[in-house]
Structures are given as structure tokens and as C-alpha cells.
Design a protein around this ligand. Sequence first.
Ligand code: ATP
Ligand code: MG
Length: 423
Amino acid sequence: MRQSQLFTKTRREAPKDEVAKNAQLLIRAGYIHKEMAGVYTFLPLGLRVLQKIEGVVRAEMDKLGREILMSSLSPQELWKQTGRLNTVDVLMRTMGANELSLAKNDASYVLNYSHEELITPIAQEFGQSYKDLPSAYYQIQTKFRNEARAKSGLLRGREFRMKDLYSFHRDETDLLRYYDQVKMSYNKIFEALGLGQDTFVTLASGGDFTTGFSHEFQTICDAGEDLIYVDRKNNIAYNKEIISEENAKKLGVDFDALEQVQACEVGNIFPLNIKFSKAFNYTYMDEKGEPQLVYMGCYGLGPSRVMGVIAEKFGDNKGLVWPESVAPFRVHLIEIANGNEEVRSEAAELYRELTAANIDVLYDDRDVRAGEKFADSDLMGIPMRIVVSEKTLAAGKFECVERASGKTDHRSLPELIGHFSHG
Ligand code: ATP
Ligand code: MG
């Protein structure tokens, strides 16, 4: 893409009320636009990153279940049925905004914060026999939560993106078998997103779903709101909320000996067991023709929060630094022409060649000072910068700078194509 056609621009300052590093960088670099606390628009660059993250998640999820897209609005009756209408402290409701609108329809609706109430009746409709189970559905969708503090940028939105997977099983054994598969898929996802090293499966409270634990995926991050106790040797962590003498005994762990770090919850998986099947009376017919309650699991992961975590963790004093797998483009091609037509046509030719080789390039074809181009490029954080200037033209090789390390070298076009087709 030509940068002159991106339309959005970088800005020197983030809004004054924006205190989170991730949002400050993402706003300044032109990835997101702040609407109000906890609510952001994804601009062209930001949407590309979000879609990359969601693509990584989708590729793994497609191995585990079928993708659907559930509604954002739902009838309050569904939430009454599970008793959650009056107990979920972040649940939001929406209705007509004025008299004219209310005169047409004065009903109000729940804005879904999670989708157990919707998916359970759907799974029930299509999964009535033991032969239909297990089944699993997932979606990647916008969620709404009335969060008390929304000061952490993409880490805590009042509107945010979630991937939610739900699975339905004949018994607890089959649920636990599937649950372990999801755990492995999540590890693969965070590995692919460049967060593998710092993301730990973390025992956390099971909520009101189960007497056991749920499993969070916690990424070490100073801006994270959770405190976790990490056992690196065994590659596991414990959320502070479960630290107790009773659990120390139950798990055989000496919590005091573990490393305590701030972390951000990027995923959370729950064995729901029969909580929702009971509420909706979802039974299936077993081999003997007897009705049995279905066992259920739910598995959440937050793509927009992950984007914020990546910005927090890898961003430096010059700007964002994207891992290759989620970067909006692989190459930032910077033309320093200063009116030299030869440089211009060389840069345009390189843009064509790289694009033809299926390499995503952002081509800075703007007529602005070199210093401004470099500063913008650092702020945007695309993994590799390639410079075309009078100097590189004379040398016959392009200057390549790695954003993360600052490592610089000089490569010819075939060397560049070779680099990208192997990496
Ligand atoms: P937290 O404890 O951080 O409020 P949660 O436990 O309420 O999160 P879940 O209901 O487990 O969140 O949601 C599944 C996933 O959705 C989380 O692991 C996280 O990645 C993401 N998520 C939850 N709330 C938000 C939010 N307000 N903004 C962005 N992402 C969120
Ligand atoms: Mg959670």
C-alpha cells in the first residue's frame, strides 16, 4: 500500500486523558482512534494487526470447532433463565435513544458480554442424540462490558474483541479430553503471536461454574492487572486469587517460593460442566434412550487485548515494535528522493517487485523530510525498513534496518526476495 493512500497520519501527542502506554503509542502511530474511555475505532493499520491476530486464532480454532457469528443483542428472557440478568456486574442493556425511536419499539435488549445464553439453545437444537456429540462452535466477535475502570487502553475495553469457543459433551471425561486439546491450541496461538516465552497457563478461580479451577493464560506485562505466582521450572503459574493455605495443601505447592509478577490475562478456559445445560434443560438421548445432561466447556481469548499487550511489551522509546506474525506490513519501504526522479522510479520499481513476490509493503511515497519519514517509521514499528536514496542507488544495494534490533545491512533485490521467501 502507498502511504499517501493510507489517509490516516501519525500524531505527536496522544489525547491528554490517555494514560496507557499501549493506547498512547497506537493512537500516535495512527492504529486506533479513541471514541471515549474503553472504546476505540480500529484504523487501517490497526485493523490489519487485529485481523492478523484473529487469523492466527482462527487457524487453530478451525481444528477444534465450527465458526459462527452470534448476535450482539439478545432478549432479556434468556438471561433470566440462567439467573445472570441480575448478577453479572458488567452486563449492559440497550434501548431506543429517543421518543421517536421508543414510539416504534420500546423494548430493551441485553448487549452480550459473553454468549453461553445464546449458544446453549443453538447446540441443543442440533445436538439431541449421543451421536451428535461432542459438538463445538466458536466465534470472533465484539463484546460489551460495563467495566468500572477503563484506563488501560486496549487492555480493558468497554467494547472489545473476543474469540469465544463453546464445547458440548456426553460426560465429564470427554469434556476434559477436549479441554486439554484447547489448552495445547492456546499455547500454540500465543507462541505464534510472539508471546509464548512470557505466557503461562495459570490456575485461577473456577468462578461459579465449577468447584475446581479454571485456567487462565497470563502474559507477563507490567501494565497487567493481575498478580501471578510463576513456577518456571514446571511452566505453570497461580493467580493470586487462589493463593491460600488450603490450596497450597491441595496442590502440594509452596507458593512463598515462587516468583511474583504482574501479568495480563489474555485467555481463560472454563469447565462449565452442567451449569448451563441445567438452566436450559439441555439433555441428549444416550444409547439406552435415557436423557442425560450435557457437559459444557467455554474458552475465551481477547484479540484486542492481545494487541494491547504486544504494544505494551515490545514498544520502546521510539514507538511500536511488531512481531512478524502480526505486523500490519512486513516491509516499510522508505523513499528519500529529494526531487531525484531516478530514486523515485527505483523505489516504485522495488515496491512493484516486492508486492509481486507476495510481500506486504507499506511504501512511504510521501513528499516529506527524511527525518519525518524515519520518525514515523520507528513509531509505526513495521519489522523491516528498506531505504531507497541517492546513496543506496550509488551503492547498488538497498539499506535494510530491522526495527526490533536496529541491525542494519545492505541487500540486492534477489537477496531481499530470498530473505522473505525463506523467512
Ligand atoms: P478480567 O479479569 O481481565 O476482567 P475476565 O476474566 O472478566 O477478564 P473473561 O470473561 O475470562 O474475562 O473473558 C475472556 C477473555 O476476553 C479474557 O481472557 C481477555 O483476553 C478478554 N477480555 C475480557 N475482558 C476484556 C476487556 N474489558 N477488554 C479487553 N479484553 C477483555
Ligand atoms: Mg477471565
